[in-house]
Structure formats: structure tokens, C-alpha cells
Design a protein around this ligand. Sequence first.
Ligand SMILES: [Zn+2]
Length: 128
Amino acid sequence: MKSKASRWTKQLQAIMDIVYSNEFNLTADEVYAEARKKIANISLGTVYRNLNKLVQKGYIASVQKGQVQTFSKHPFTNAHFECVRCKRILRVPFDFNTLELSKKVGMNVASWELRMTGLCRECEKNCI
Ligand SMILES: [Zn+2]
């Protein structure tokens, strides 16, 4: 009997590698397209299950972009950068200390979010 909860499968590793090799947040479909290059017979359902497993384990983050769920390699940040040109979103790995913020704001800060916009590196290159 295999334990469902604790199995670290080849698929799970492949999916984590895909999310971690991309700077931008990916949709499940995008992860699926990449995963099929590595594991020909992988299903979209498997990709979804493994993405959710990685979110539950805290290795990746699920980020809502409008109606679409995307996945990011940075679970420990609430800072997002959105490219005004290609509209892709990436999470920026930095953190505010809520205790420090509370001191600055003079109120008890429980959570924070930061949304930045601008040109991503690729779009900036293509603009020149
Ligand atoms: Zn861009």
C-alpha cells in the first residue's frame, strides 16, 4: 500500500522543477504543456493534483490572476510585479516584517500586499 499523502513522485518533482525554472507565474495549462515534454503520458488532472499538493506543502504559491489560477515559485511573499506590456505577473521574493510595519503605521498590521507595475526584463529588451 502506497501512502497517497507523502509520496514524492517523479511527476511531482517534474512539476516543481517547471514552476521553479520560470520567473513568471504559470497557469496549470502552461505547466501541463511543459510537463508533457518531459513526461509524455502525464494528464492535466495529474498536473492539477500535483500543483495543489505543492501548494499545500508550501513549496509553491497559488496566485489568482483575475479568473485564472496561476502558480509561483515564491510562496513567502505578497509582492507582485505586473508587466504593463505582456501582462505577465511574477512574484518578487522580498518580505516586510509585519512587526516593523505595525510600528511605522501605528496600527497592528496583520498582512500586506504589494503590487508593482512596469516593464519586465524581456519587454524592456524588446523595446530598445
Ligand atoms: Zn513583459
